[in-house]
Design a protein around this ligand. Structure first.
Ligand SMILES: Cc1cc2nc3c(=O)[nH]c(=O)nc-3n(C[C@H](O)[C@H](O)[C@H](O)COP(=O)(O)OP(=O)(O)OC[C@H]3O[C@@H](n4cnc5c(N)ncnc54)[C@H](O)[C@@H]3O)c2cc1C
Length: 436
């Protein structure tokens, strides 16, 4: 029987190596970087650990081996990511954004572009190289991100306009939230930028993807301050007649920026899910230790109380459910050319929301002492609250993708269990975008 949930020796070695990195290199910088009031400074405090991660092959492990990357499978990436996320999912988000920013070049770029950008990403002697994924836009009326595929021309949908001018695109507009500001707000080295290449067309025809490079004239970055993932950088990005070479257009993504968004946020689904598993695991292990060592005024530790045992038992089981669903979704990506638009969304939605509840249940079990800042539950709750909302929010983006596929009369409801490839297409998009 092929299904085998036992990790190979290589996978165990990978898990232990990343766990050692997380414990010995990352953990010592987390508290201070998280507490740093200046978000850019907080991010910069993670640079030494990031350089170590780069040199250890963690930072670019998802990129193809042919271009100097680790070439790890999505399953292996998920196993490694859990070990980083249990210590700090914000730092792991910086590594994740290398994938979100550079994998579209591997999927939709020309051989020349792959050579130019992916080789540079995997051969940086400083170890500071960052990739970035620049899709999200600021809130407003009309503005925002979730309905990027709305079948209407501007002002609906993506507002960053790219107009061809000879051998360049002239880009105007704003992005909001991307982890693309870089170590010094001059931009990450290179990454994928979603633009409106035809404002007169809707989101399923009018979007394309360009490679945005560091120090592009006309682009300014301002780091955002946020409640969770404070070790990751997020920025407002303003484009004023920014000029991007036409040779940075990803040929496979011309008019298909919508498919890039859906594939990318599906590819990262299991990583967001395992990040949530990491947060719940941290809370569970702390709550169990507390329950075994504290009596709450009774004579024996509270683990002896039925409710404490029942709740922590449920949490432990849900963590296992979340982990194996994430492995399964990653396995599906590996089996289907890194496409999992359906199961990637399902996995991210269900596990991130279930794990948030698990973290809070652990706090309830520990009780009032979970609310003391030094206990650490407050940070875990802040981090866990990010995961259902980031990486393509569960409500406005991930569930819509699932709905679009289920609404397809040709969709086979047993597709995932039968390991059938569910081909995602433009006919699955635009659903729930027009409020009547
Ligand atoms: C730590 C962190 C890192 C991030 N990194 C990046 C990055 O690298 N690159 C990047 O581009 N973005 C990044 N983001 C942004 C992230 O990807 C968001 O998930 C994305 O911007 C979409 O947010 P949203 O789903 O809330 O959409 P919004 O457009 O802001 O929608 C707001 C809310 O409206 C509701 N809504 C909207 N439309 C519908 C609908 N049709 N049906 C039902 N409800 C609807 C939903 O409740 C939705 O949450 C990051 C965010 C964080 C917190």
């Amino acid at each position: 029987m092929t299904i085998n949930f036992t990790m190979s020796d290589e996978q165990k070695k990978l898990q232990h190596e990343v766990r050692a990195f997380a414990e010995n290199v990352l953990k010592p910088v987390v508290a201070a970087a998280d507490a740093e009031p200046d978000p850019l400074k907080g991010f910069q405090m993670t640079k030494p650990a990031y350089v170590e991660a780069y040199k250890a092959g963690i930072a670019m492990c998802m990129l193809p081996k042919a271009y100097g990357g680790g070439g790890v499978s999505c399953v292996d990436l998920t196993i490694a990511a859990e070990e980083l996320c249990v210590v700090d999912p914000g730092f792991a988000c910086t590594v994740l954004c290398n994938g979100l920013g550079l994998m579209p070049i591997a999927w939709y770029g020309s051989d020349e572009q792959k050579d130019r950008f992916l080789r540079a990403a995997t051969s940086d002697p400083t170890g500071e190289y960052l990739g970035g994924w620049t899709a999200s836009e600021p809130p407003g009326n009309p503005a925002g991100t979730a309905n990027f595929d709305i079948p209407l021309p501007r002002p609906a949908g993506v507002g960053l306009i790219a107009e061809r001018d000879g051998d360049h695109f002239v880009v105007n507009g704003r992005k909001y939230w991307p982890s693309s500001a870089g170590w010094d707000e001059r931009g990450v080295n290179a990454g994928t930028l979603i633009v409106r290449s035809d404002p007169d067309k809707g989101g399923t025809e009018g979007l394309s993807a360009l490679v945005l490079e560091r120090d592009t004239p006309g682009v300014t970055y301002h780091t955002l301050d946020k409640t969770g993932h404070r070790l990751a950088s997020n920025a407002e990005i303003v484009f004023e007649d920014a000029r991007i070479p036409a040779t940075n257009l990803l040929p496979g993504a011309e008019g298909n920026g919508d498919l890039v968004i859906n594939r990318n946020f599906a590819w990262s689904g299991p990583i967001a899910a395992i990040a949530a598993v990491g947060m719940a695991r941290a809370a569970y292990e702390m709550a169990l230790e507390f329950a075994r060592g504290n009596t709450a005024g009774a004579l024996k530790p509270i683990i002896g109380f039925q409710n404490v045992g029942y709740v922590l038992g449920d949490v432990a089981a849900k963590i296992e459910m979340g982990r194996y669903f994430s492995w399964r979704a990653a396995d599906y990506l590996d089996k289907h050319d890194q496409h999992a638009e359906l199961v990637g969304a399902m996995n991210k939605i269900q596990v991130t929301e279930m794990m948030f509840d698990c973290v809070y249940k652990c706090m309830q079990i520990v009780g009032v002492n979970s609310l003391e800042r030094k206990a650490g539950f407050g940070k875990i709750l802040r981090e866990a609250s990010v995961l259902p909302i980031y990486d393509g929010g569960n409500m406005g983006m991930q569930r819509r993708r699932v709905h679009g596929i289920l609404a397809d009369p040709l969709f086979n409801p047993r597709a995932i269990m039968e390991d059938e490839y569910v081909e995602f297409g433009k006919h699955h998009e635009t659903i729930d975008t027009v409020v009547v």
